[in-house]
Design a protein around this ligand. Structure first.
Ligand SMILES: *Cc1c(COP(=O)(O)O)cnc(C)c1O
Length: 398
């Protein structure tokens, strides 16, 4: 077992974190616990678990919704990877986001939220938060510390995503988190793109770092799960809100996410290598107006990415020159290896057309051509490039 007194690298933590074979008859993996009910031996023990909960410790297992040893194993390893205090597993990424936002926001409060954010979170703000009396302001992702000019007396949360998963703008996370902290404002960040291996938000001043474990952590496109890694101050509100709102992960999903995480350091490096090859190839293509991938040296977000991140994942975007929907369909309807589908972070390559203009309010999206979002999977990179090359030939042929 890893010693709490030694410092380990992230690859080592991915292998050994959240595992204790001695506690499970020598079994390598923490077993999957199917449990709603935990039996108490005595009234004293039952009272003790009530005390544990009331104090906000949440150390003991009391009821399936609040977690099992399998849940705790996943929470522990992701917490160690990101340098957090504790983490909270939720039923999906959006559940972890909603639990984290509602943990810190009440009627009359103000939320400052990045304009380039994941669409369903914008829908949650518009359809629910506003209905419950929370004021929402979207801000330009290029603002950096100047976000402070938008702080109001009632601002309680700043919410970030960097890079965002459609347009890939990098955000100056440390500058924004520092400005927020100075005003006692909680910073929440969606860190799904980077995975715990490419960026550790809590080390840059963020209070809650969220992953759609549905994506890279699971890595196999077969489950829905979310996790919020918290500082000590943020843990109790997020844990209470997640469990009080009914967000919990299913036992098999939690187990499979743990299993996926063990090999993520290797997978993420390959995703980055292949994404870089494809992105550079796309830059040479006459059909492409611009590639959006902060790992490329000429990307506008490259300097921030290089300063703060340890790597990149395999998700990136490309804006095409103006083409018709028919041309786009000729390309995308007939791909061999790149499939069209939402989500990403699995072992397979995906491609979808995106419409960023419909998801902006603070900083309009003005690119005339259609945009693509590409997930570089673990296939042979040459096969993927040939697939895109044939796609462009079909597009040009219409
Ligand atoms: C998919 C995704 C989510 C939501 O996760 P689900 O598990 O699908 O609810 C949140 N943020 C980003 C960036 C995502 O890509």
């Amino acid at each position: 077992m890893m010693s709490p007194h030694k410092k380990y690298g992230t690859d080592t933590i991915a292998v050994h974190g959240g595992r204790d074979p001695d506690a499970f008859h020598g079994v390598v993996n923490t077993p999957v616990y199917h449990a709603s009910t935990f039996i108490f031996k005595s009234v004293e023990q039952l009272i003790e678990t009530r005390r544990d909960r009331a104090s906000g410790a949440f150390e003991q297992f009391t009821y399936g919704r609040e977690g099992t040893p399998t849940t705790r194993a996943l929470e522990d390893v992701v917490t160690q990877l990101e340098g957090g205090y504790r983490a909270v597993v939720a039923s999906c990424g959006l559940g972890a986001i909603v639990a984290s936002l509602t943990a810190f926001l009440s009627a009359g409060d103000h939320l400052l939220i990045i304009d380039s954010l994941y669409g369903p979170v914008r829908d949650f703000c518009e359809s629910f938060l506003k209905r419950f009396g929370v004021e929402v302001t979207y801000f330009d992702p290029s603002l950096g510390a100047d976000v402070a000019h938008l702080f109001q007396a009632n601002t309680k949360v700043v919410y970030l995503e960097s890079p965002c998963s459609l347009t890939f703008e990098m955000v100056d996370v440390p500058a924004i988190a520092k400005a927020a902290k100075a005003r006692g404002i909680t910073t929440i960040m969606d860190n799904t793109w980077a995975s715990p291996f490419c960026f550790q938000p809590l080390k840059h001043g963020v209070d809650v770092s969220i992953h759609a474990a549905t994506k890279y952590i699971s890595g196999h496109s077969d489950l829905m799960l979310g996790i919020a890694v918290c500082t000590e101050e943020a843990f109790i509100p997020v844990k209470k809100t997640a469990s009080g709102s009914g967000y919990c992960g299913g036992p098999d999903d939690v187990y499979m996410a743990l299993r996926g995480l063990r090999t993520l350091p290797l997978r993420i490096k390959r995703h980055q290598e292949t994404a870089t090859l494809i992105a550079k190839w796309l830059q040479t293509r006459p059909e492409v107006a611009r590639v959006m991938y902060p790992a490329l040296p000429d990307d506008p977000g490259h300097a921030i990415w290089k300063r703060d991140f340890n790597g990149a994942s395999g998700l990136f975007g490309a804006v095409l020159k103006p083409f018709s929907d028919q041309q786009l369909a000729a390309m995308l309807d007939n791909m061999d290896l790149f499939q069209m589908g939402y989500s990403w972070g699995g072992y397979e390559s995906l491609i979808v057309p995106t419409w960023p203009a419909t998801l902006r309010s603070a900083k309009p999206w003005t690119e005339p051509g259609p945009a693509l979002r590409i997930h570089a999977g673990l296939e042979d990179p040459d096969d993927l490039i040939r697939d895109l090359e044939r796609g462009f030939a079909r597009l040009a042929g219409v």
